[in-house]
Design a binder for this molecule. Structure first.
Ligand code: BEZ
Length: 236
């Protein structure tokens, strides 16, 4: 049997599915309204729930840092607009958590009562819940292409340092034509594209390529200092 839930799982490299929606910051035409910016489009299971509240407070606190990296945040749940508004007001007026208080969520939170958008983005995963979105995170580039996707279950809050690392990693890979090794952090060495010929492989192994360190002919790194990233990506 094939139902609506299984047919729509956007993949890395796909164009972000288009939609129009109502949000806490007005109407949204997605992804057109965000052309030229990176977007983290994420879902949460439900308003007025504890894990989601901790996530929204964290994301709102970090919003400026994401914006400085040319990235806008857009949230979604299958709740309605008035629930969203009431929840965000409660967060600002009443919740103090881990040193965060008086937190205002200024990024748009989309209402999706019909689940139309959530289904398009594979955010409803019936094995987990057929009435709530999972914690999906889509990284969409300035041309509207999906570049990374992470899904978390209902019970596990996201790691926002990792979301920032993924964003900066994608931007770094694009800007410097490099790849990034396990656990890469800004300032760490980066992986240079593989040698494209036997001659280049030999040169690398002979240490003839300045600034390139090879562990073997197919695995070579170079330095990419944080200051160089700061000039291009991590703008203060
Ligand atoms: C939460 O955000 O706390 C939550 C939401 C839905 C199911 C379980 C937990």
């Amino acid at each position: 049997m094939c139902d609506d839930f299984t047919i729509s799982m956007p993949r890395i490299g796909d164009k972000a599915p288009e939609f129009t929606a109502v949000s806490t910051q007005g109407n949204i035409n997605f992804p057109t309204d965000f052309k030229g910016s990176w977007v983290i489009f994420f879902s949460h299971p439900a308003d007025f729930t504890p894990v989601c509240t901790s996530e929204f407070m964290t994301f709102a606190t970090l919003e400026k840092k994401f914006n400085q990296a040319n990235c806008k945040l857009v949230g979604l749940s299958v709740d309605g607009l008035y629930s969203h508004i009431a929840w965000l007001r409660t967060i600002k007026e009443k919740i103090e958590y881990k040193g965060m208080k008086n937190v205002e969520v200024n990024f748009p939170l989309i209402e999706d009562i019909t689940m139309e958008v959530a289904k398009k983005y594979g955010m409803i995963q019936p094995g987990e819940s057929s009435t709530k979105a999972v914690r999906a995170v889509f990284f969409i580039d300035p041309n509207g292409i999906i570049r990374a996707i992470i899904y978390y279950p209902l019970s596990l809050g996201r790691n926002f340092e990792e979301l920032y690392r993924v964003l900066i990693g994608l931007q770094t890979a694009d800007a410097f034509s490099v790849a990034l090794p396990a656990d890469w952090q800004p300032g760490d060495d980066v992986i240079v594209p593989p040698a494209g010929s036997c001659g280049a492989a030999k040169e690398r192994m002979e240490g003839k390529q300045h600034d390139v360190k090879c562990y073997d002919w197919f695995f070579c790194t170079r330095k990419l200092p944080k200051e160089e990233l700061e000039k291009n990506i991590l703008k203060k």
